[in-house]
Design a protein around this ligand. Structure first.
Ligand SMILES: Cc1cc2nc3c(=O)[nH]c(=O)nc-3n(C[C@H](O)[C@H](O)[C@H](O)COP(=O)(O)O)c2cc1C
Length: 411
């Protein structure tokens, strides 16, 4: 696997050295390209020493490297050759300036020109001061890139080199390496293995009204369902996302935004007849407030809310789905994870359950990573800690594999 690591000029350049090592440790060949800005922080020598390859820095003065030039008498245009040779382009750290250039399609140095000339997946890992990151210009540029399919590896929050605290820290090296390897794997995957499928997905935590301003909710962010939607779209499926987490501008599929469990149920049942696959990743409230107040409730010393059960959407889906529609549920648990997942698989009549531990700080609700076990009737598959997108792909692999079984021999 050949990864082009683009390094632009921010304080976090030194972390790109560690990333070079990590990508190599996982078996990738790394070709580093530095911007002029990056060279002001670290000399190319560091990356040349680590990668064992000449670092490319200039559009106008191609590297004098025999391995990098064509056959005798032939002249290779370096940026075009490099752009075609690589399996992924990862820019880490990506400065606000480089992100802006990419968003506007500028090509005035080697890295930005390669980014236009390549058809390989492009990943950017931004790192900058919190105000630069939050600036509407940067946020719009990031949204533009996302909309074009560029994978943006979100910066983390914490103490920044500029002395401020907030978002803007380069994502962890492991996370960037994971994303790069996943992007390459995904690009090589048969792109349309879910073509013809209609995948109905639920996402987010439902909100049960107490009065016009308050609700009972849960910690589900909707990220897992969105990841399944992204993966299913990329694999050629028609996707309908019923979401209680608000619409996601980066998604290229139909989205039905709902609030309460009852609204989610209505939307799901309406779309169920056309679905061939249903993935229920939403955290649906088991209860709703029996009598929702019409006016905002006044403060009192104590208050008792009477709750009544919401209908079990998953059960209804299993009862009313067309024959052959694959149904996958999620079991978000904090204890006896597998037992609870197996019980759900048995009792609800679904084809598979993703059992995951939501008590962990590093996976489950609200964060970008997850881990769990895919429980099927005749097999259990470990889903090791990974990005939610990677986990979504594994879950869809199961759907793809099931579709490969001739009709009549089904699971
Ligand atoms: C000391 C110093 C630290 C900087 N750190 C960052 C940074 O972390 N992120 C960023 O976006 N820009 C940072 N900049 C600004 C960029 O270096 C500047 O915008 C430059 O034009 C980026 O060029 P490039 O994107 O071609 O590498 C820094 C500048 C200086 C002088």
């Amino acid at each position: 696997m050949r990864i082009l690591l683009g390094v632009s000029g921010g304080i976090a350049v030194y972390k790109a050295a560690e990333l070079t090592r990590e990508l190599q440790r996982r078996g990738a060949e790394v070709q580093v390209v530095m911007t002029a800005g990056a060279e002001r922080f670290v000399t190319p020598l560091t990356f040349a020493g680590l990668s064992g390859r000449q670092v490319l820095t200039s559009l106008w003065e191609p590297a004098v490297d025999e391995a990098a030039s064509g056959e005798a008498g032939q002249f290779d245009i370096e940026h075009i050759r490099v752009a075609q040779e690589v399996d992924a382009v990862v820019i880490a750290p990506a400065t606000a300036n480089t992100i802006a250039k990419l968003a506007h399609g500028l090509a005035n140095d080697l890295l930005s020109t390669i980014c236009l000339a390549t058809t390989a997946p492009l990943l950017v890992a931004p790192a900058m001061n919190v105000n630069m990151w939050r600036h509407v210009a940067t946020q719009e540029n990031v949204a533009t890139l996302r909309g074009r399919g560029v994978r943006v590896i979100e910066p983390g929050a914490g103490y920044l080199a500029c002395g401020m605290v907030g978002e803007g820290r380069l994502a962890e090296v492991d996370q960037i390496a994971d994303a790069a390897f996943w992007a390459v794997k995904e690009a090589g995957r048969k792109r349309d293995d879910l073509a013809g499928e209609v995948v109905l997905i639920t996402a987010g935590g439902t909100q049960e009204s107490i009065d016009p301003v308050r609700f009972l909710g849960n910690r589900s962010s909707g990220k897992m369902g969105v990841a399944v939607a992204q993966a299913a779209v990329a694999r050629g499926a028609k996707v309908v996302l019923v979401t209680a987490a608000g619409a996601d501008a980066s998604l290229r599929c139909e989205q039905v935004v709902v609030g309460t469990a009852a609204e989610m149920q209505r939307a799901v049942m309406e779309r169920l007849p056309e679905a061939t696959v249903v993935v229920m990743a939403a955290a649906v409230a088991d209860y709703r407030v029996k009598e929702v107040a019409v006016q905002k409730l006044k403060k009192r010393d104590s208050m008792v809310l009477e709750l009544e059960r919401n209908e079990d959407i998953l059960r209804r889906v299993v009862e009313e789905k067309r024959q052959g529609t694959v149904v996958i549920g999620f079991a978000a648990e904090t204890e006896r994870i597998l037992e609870e997942g197996r019980r759900k698989l048995r009792e609800k009549g679904v084809d598979a359950v993703v059992a995951n531990d939501v008590s962990r700080a590093d996976s489950g609700f609200e964060v970008d990573r997850n881990a769990g076990t895919l429980l099927m009737r005749d097999a259990e598959v470990e889903l090791p800690a990974s990005s939610k997108r990677e986990m979504a792909e594994r879950i869809l692999d199961y759907v793809g594999a099931m579709r490969a079984v001739p009709v009549g021999l089904g699971f």
